[in-house]
Design a protein around this ligand. Structure first.
Ligand code: FES
Ligand code: FES
Length: 160
């Protein structure tokens, strides 16, 4: 299959790759670049485990062609901690026991980050809506919802 060049920024680092035409962003991130934080679940757009943020928008990397990301800024869960300090969402997920097997967690955190980036003080219903595309088989969702609300509260406290 023909290879095409693509350049983008991943968690602040410039990346330049030759990718197979038609390759998904999920496979390029995991198999070529080695960022395995987006998880390969259903690979058909129904579980949300592969969620990443592309140019500020939540995207399913299993349904995104890598070659369409030319010039994009991509953020994954692997890029959230800074200097060894967890992002408030990561800390809140730990504190609220919002992760069990952990397979859904990176996608959940990306969905939550996309929400808090555009709405730093969401209601419970807005959190539920924001993670509606992400499936969790373990937690029953309540700890996840509480973690997102807790992270929002901690952000507003630190910003005050
Ligand atoms: S792996 Fe992309 S939505 Fe399930
Ligand atoms: S923690 Fe296991 S799928 Fe969510």
């Amino acid at each position: 299959m023909a290879k095409v060049p693509v350049q983008f920024t991943l968690n602040g680092s410039e990346k330049a790759e030759f990718v197979e035409s038609g390759a998904t962003l999920l496979d390029v991130l995991r198999d070529k670049i080695g960022d395995t934080s987006p998880k390969a679940g259903c690979r058909q757009g129904t579980c949300g485990s592969c969620s990443v943020i592309v140019d500020g928008e939540l995207r399913l990397s299993c349904l995104t062609l890598a070659e369409t990301c030319e010039g994009a800024s991509i953020v994954t869960t692997a890029g959230l901690a800074e200097g060894g300090v967890l992002h408030p969402l990561q800390r809140a997920f730990m504190d609220a026991f919002a992760t069990q097997c952990g397979f859904c967690t990176p996608g959940m955190i990306m969905a939550a980050k996309a929400l808090l980036d555009r709405n730093p003080d969401p209601s419970r219903d807005e959190v539920v809506e924001a993670i509606a595309g992400n499936i969790c088989r373990c937690t029953g969702y309540e700890p996840i919802i509480e973690a997102v609300l807790s992270a929002a509260r901690s952000n507003s406290i630190s910003a005050a």
